[in-house]
Write a protein that binds this ligand. Structure first.
Ligand code: GUN
Length: 292
């Protein structure tokens, strides 16, 4: 059996078109243009690339974006002061502080300074806390986890009752994905570097979300036949046949796993494009919330 290849680029394109249409409608109705502010501290090259793509995507759907850059030497107070100014700026509906922050800055304090109504990344402790609790709803759901769930909801008949295995427990992906799967009534196992008999645990997964950052760690014979596999990993591996000297690969050995899985996301072109689509959706939602 060969798996269905889940085309995240096409799904994200459709979401972006929907956001673009909703933004145009707002403006026609005399409402404000949604605005996103990004805060980039330091010069992490991967973060620079991500932030640039976020601004480009905003422009394409009519969302205004404002980029703020601070040097790696910025103090805790300077970063928090910028966040406070953005909280007070009515043109800014969403604030995104690109992570990771340079060493020496306290990430939790910075995220805590973001007004929860503008927390389009969903990383404010209050939003994450609500995500973890029954009967409470966060204002925003983190973008990559939201994109992962969107792809699952569109490729699994019924998530409820299935065994879901999440590989990785990061604040940005693994943990919020696990919380979302619990909310969807899956039976969730979180695996990490200390998990024993990892291949056996992964083999129990009807749904597998791999977000561990290890190139092609999940082999084809770890995958349960028919499972839906979402590969969140984006790893650079050396490849001298490519112009850049490297290629991108996921956490799953795609060529092996696609022979066993029911459906699988490729890397690139799977979850990656969904992250930005969800950020645009969250920014539009923040603008709508600010209308009231
Ligand atoms: N770094 C890696 N992914 C993300 C993300 O979704 N948001 C932010 N702010 N930083 C990140």
């Amino acid at each position: 059996m060969t798996a269905k290849i889940i085309d995240g680029t096409a799904v994200a394109e459709q979401i972006r078109a929907e956001v673009g249409a909703a933004v145009a409608k707002r403006i026609e109705a005399g409402l404000s243009k949604p605005g996103l502010a990004t805060v980039l501290v330091g010069e992490n090259p991967a973060s620079q690339v991500y932030v640039r793509s976020k601004h480009k995507a905003c422009g394409e759907v009519g969302i205004e974006s404002f980029g703020f850059q601070l040097p790696a030497s910025a103090s805790q107070g300077e970063v928090e002061e910028l966040v406070k100014q953005l909280n007070a700026d009515p043109k800014v509906n969403g604030i995104l502080v690109q992570l990771p922050l340079p060493a020496g800055l306290d990430e939790e304090r910075v995220l805590n300074a973001i007004s929860i109504e503008k927390d389009v990344d969903g990383f404010h402790p209050l939003n994450i806390g609500r995500l973890a609790q029954k009967g409470r709803d966060p204002l925003f759901i983190p973008c990559t986890p939201a994109g992962t769930m969107y792809l699952l909801e569109n490729n699994v008949d019924k998530i409820e009752g299935l065994n879901a295995v999440v590989l990785g427990r990061s604040n940005i992906v693994g943990m919020p994905v696990a919380l979302l799967l619990v909310r969807a009534n899956a039976t969730v196992t979180i695996c990490h570097s200390r998990t024993q008999n990892l291949p056996d645990v992964v083999r129990s997964a009807d749904i597998l979300v791999a977000a561990i950052g290890k190139p092609e760690m999940v082999r084809g014979d770890w995958v349960k036949p028919g499972a839906v596999v979402i590969d969140v990993g984006v790893n650079r591996v050396e490849d001298q046949t490519r112009p850049k000297g490297y290629r991108l690969t996921g956490d799953v050995a795609f060529d092996e796993a696609k022979e066993v899985a029911g459906a699988i996301t490729p890397v690139p072109g799977g979850v990656g494009p969904m992250t930005i689509a969800m950020l645009l959706k969250n920014t539009l939602r923040a603008a709508i919330l600010s209308d009231k």
